[in-house]
Design a binder for this molecule. Structure first.
Ligand SMILES: Nc1nc2c(c(=O)[nH]1)N[C@H]1C(S)=C(S)[C@@H](COP(=O)(O)OP(=O)(O)OC[C@H]3O[C@@H](n4cnc5c(=O)[nH]c(N)nc54)[C@H](O)[C@@H]3O)O[C@H]1N2
Ligand SMILES: Nc1nc2c(c(=O)[nH]1)N[C@H]1C(S)=C(S)[C@@H](COP(=O)(O)OP(=O)(O)OC[C@H]3O[C@@H](n4cnc5c(=O)[nH]c(N)nc54)[C@H](O)[C@@H]3O)O[C@H]1N2
Ligand code: SF4
Ligand SMILES: [Mo]
Length: 680
């Protein structure tokens, strides 16, 4: 007879929704994943990617046991070894690098393949102890956060549920229907009651297609657009003066700046006419209950931090931060604040060591001095997700670089490992999950036994630390002990709960989920139009110039602006192995297609000074003239017969240039040109 059970867990992927899941387990195998009906935000449904997760769990691409490289770097030729031998080799090689070159010659590389707090940060205690170089985790939200903090301090984002009662919802630089699907339920509710949905994005994405008004801003043109709307509202005296007087400071300075700003320049930078800016302003001022959902997408360019600053300044001047029914501004929720030291154990570090921005991985592996001699990768697939891919590959191909990769599936990065180690998935783990798109927290227990010889990040790093001879207390902790230490004194936990009750797996709603206005009052704070920190950035939101897009030398060689947003089938590069033959599409405007002799369905090559990549042209007015859109970080395994594995991906075209704030990546600011197939 079959034994069937249902188990609650949480989606571990780097998605704002952090869904509550219900796993169906038959005879020890997960056969289905559904949305938890008792999780108010998940509301019983999940995205199509995650419904396919059981396929990924048991896929032939899963890494099942430790392996040692036998062929050339990148060949994927390995032999099976045992965990004991693997740990011995790792400890021996890392110790040798440290004794010959110092701890800073070791670079840990990780990101958010697993958002569980313990497993995400599991490597830190060991790397602190070893005195390795430190990776700056800037690839995703660092710019957005820096822009937010500059103007809003530690103000949390509004509860997404507020949007259900809004009269106007502005979706700014986020493809809600793809990358934040559960927010759509509140948009739908609001629209049933007559709300308007305004979408601001360089291309008509899935969300824009379902909107009432779509504004095709130029990539990086959001500062000019936000300031243009604000200028027109200021001139027509339609600001929320009461809110400005009570809850903000420094508006006069922005007001003077706006007065001398020229509409021609605002139009030029944003691509949006003064009339349209005025129309948006009218919509804004006529609907008191406005909710603004700001995406991270609009920050992945050289004006990205400033864009968040300009949009929040617009929101503050219109009193949207007042909160209350239907009102709010949400970038990330900031729902809980746990004891990070209990995860990272910085006290184990004897001294500060050098910082390496992950965006500069290519540089770090090829030309940094003193060089990186050992690399430990977990929770990430840098060969696909990191910008300037061809340089990153050059680094990974170095014979003198010792590379450990701890992975679930055979990713492009895994191919380049010297030692490849099998990682468990969240279904095999113990952990705790918070979210950046809602206000819930939940502890998860393993749903099934580990598959093959997979081990969690936590177990791997604890065992490696022991092998290295380290005996400090953090290396003797169990996973449960570390979760408890993190939860102790966490901000946002209701007084009626304690660590042990949370450990049972109940759903916890943050006490920090107040309205923005309340938050300002509770935190005794004000929205600061004039930032009071001492950085070299301008103190108010203002126009700045683009980096790559304004470079005349590059523009004359590479006439198209390329943006590279997510695809609904992938989560960054996760799930790539389920699409082994997909090279992905690139959207091109019909007039560009005609001028360049490109037809719908043609395989074209996108080229720039950094690399080239092939994509299938989709000729459509969903994009603007001069703007190419390549959705999805595909890593095709077998694109064409006899072609073998393809190494390059869309990030061969993106650069190691940094954003204006927070040291983030300019994923949506690359110039390229087109070659048709055969010309490549
Ligand atoms: N299906 C799916 N969901 C995902 C992901 C995924 O890969 N696939 N990734 C997850 C992760 S890690 C993250 S960080 C989030 C990211 O999610 P988002 O915050 O949505 O950010 P992006 O995905 O970079 O881009 C979103 C939108 O920003 C637009 N955009 C690009 N440049 C500009 C600009 O200059 N101005 C404006 N106004 N818009 C611009 C893009 O065209 C795109 O429509 O999504 C998460 N969810
Ligand atoms: N061009 C372009 N590039 C981008 C983006 C873009 O919009 N455009 N988006 C960027 C963004 S927002 C982000 S956040 C980054 C994301 O970059 P990454 O964090 O690298 O994200 P993924 O591609 O999802 O790769 C995560 C990997 O971790 C593995 N993994 C999952 N769980 C575990 C675990 O428990 N243990 C171990 N050892 N491994 C695990 C998965 O199998 C997967 O291969 O990509 C960035 N790259
Ligand atoms: S990827 Fe996002 S929407 Fe899909 S199940 Fe996970 S948290 Fe939910
Ligand atoms: Mo991200």
């Amino acid at each position: 007879m079959k034994v069937q059970k249902y188990s609650k867990t949480v989606c571990p992927l780097d998605c704002p929704d952090s869904c509550g899941l219900l796993a169906t387990v038959t005879d020890g195998k997960v056969i289905a994943l559904l949305g938890d009906k008792e999780h108010p935000y998940t509301n019983g449904f999940i995205c199509r990617k995650m419904r396919r997760y059981p396929q990924r769990l048991y896929s032939k691409h899963r890494v099942l046991y430790p392996q040692l490289r036998t062929g050339p770097k990148g060949s994927g030729e390995f032999k099976r070894i045992g965990w004991n031998e693997a740990l011995d080799i790792c400890a021996e090689r890392l110790s040798k690098v440290i004794s010959e070159h110092g701890g800073e010659a070791v670079l840990p590389y990780s990101y958010a393949g697993n958002m569980g707090a313990v497993n995400r940060f599991a490597g830190y205690p060991l790397f602190h102890k070893m005195g390795t170089s430190r990776l700056e985790h800037t690839i995703c939200s660092a710019t957005a956060s820096a822009g937010w903090v500059k103007q809003c301090g530690n103000l949390p984002g509004s509860p997404p549920e507020n949007a259900a009662k809004a009269e106007l919802i502005i979706v700014w630089g986020i493809n809600v229907k793809v990358s934040n699907v559960h927010f759509w339920q509140y948009i739908s509710k609001a629209r049933k009651n007559g709300a308007q949905l305004l979408v601001i994005d360089p291309y008509r994405n899935e969300t824009a297609k379902s909107s009432d008004l779509y504004i095709p801003v130029k990539p990086g043109g959001d500062v000019a657009l936000a300031l243009g709307i604000l200028k027109s509202l200021t001139e027509r005296k339609q600001l929320d003066n009461e809110f400005i007087n009570q809850h903000t400071q420094g508006f006069d300075q922005l007001h003077s700046y706006l007065a001398q700003c020229n509409f021609n320049e605002l139009e030029h930078q944003s691509g949006i006419s003064k009339e349209q800016m005025t129309a948006i302003g009218t919509l804004f001022s006529s609907r008191k209950k406005t909710f603004i959902r700001i995406g991270i997408g609009l920050t992945r360019n050289s004006r990205g931090g400033m864009a968040v600053r300009a949009i929040t300044s617009l929101a503050a001047a219109m009193g949207v931060f007042r909160g209350g029914e239907g009102c709010g501004v949400l970038l990330t929720t900031g729902a809980f604040k746990g004891n990070m030291a209990a995860l990272l154990h910085p006290e184990l570090a004897k001294q500060d060591t050098r910082n390496i921005n992950m965006i500069h991985l290519g540089h770090a592996l090829t030309s940094l001095k003193p060089p990186v001699k050992a690399l430990v990768v977990y929770n990430s697939n840098p060969l696909t997700v990191n910008p300037d891919g061809s340089i990153v590959r050059q680094g990974f191909a170095r014979e003198d670089l010792f590379t450990i990769v701890h992975e679930q599936v055979m990713t492009p990065t895994a191919y380049y490992a010297d030692i490849l180690l099998p990682a468990t998935t969240f279904l095999e783990n113990h952990d705790v999950h918070t979210a950046y798109g809602h206000f819930y927290l939940q502890v998860i227990k393993p749903t099934i036994e580990p598959i093959g010889e997979a081990r969690s990040n936590f177990d791997f790093f604890q065992q490696l630390a022991t092998r290295m001879g380290y005996t400090d207390p953090p290396f003797k902790q169990t996973c449960g002990q570390r979760i408890r230490a993190y939860l102790r004194d966490m901000e946002g936990i209701p007084e009626t709960m304690n660590v042990e009750s949370i450990m049972t797996g109940v759903l916890v709603h943050s006490t920090k989920s107040y309205q923005n206005g309340d938050a300002l009052v509770k935190m005794n704070g004000k929205y600061k139009f004039v930032a009071d920190d001492q950085s070299d950035m301008p103190s108010i939101a203002c126009l700045t110039s683009a980096d790559e897009f304004n470079d005349p030398d590059l523009r004359s060689r590479f006439p198209f602006q390329l943006i590279t947003p997510p695809h609904p089938d992938l989560l960054n590069s996760t799930f790539g192995e389920l699409h082994p033959e997909t090279i992905g599409k690139v959207l091109i405007h019909p007039s560009d297609a005609q001028q360049w002799g490109v037809e719908d369905g043609d395989k074209i090559t996108l080229v720039n000074n950094r690399g080239k990549v092939r994509r299938i042209a989709q000729v459509t007015t969903d994009t603007q003239q001069g703007i190419l859109v390549a959705e999805g970080l595909y890593w095709p395994l077998f694109p064409e017969q006899n072609c073998g594995r393809v190494e390059n991906g869309i990030n061969d075209l993106t650069s190691q240039k940094l954003t204006d704030m927070g040291g983030g990546a300019t994923f949506h600011e690359s110039l390229v040109t087109i070659q048709r197939s055969g010309m490549a």
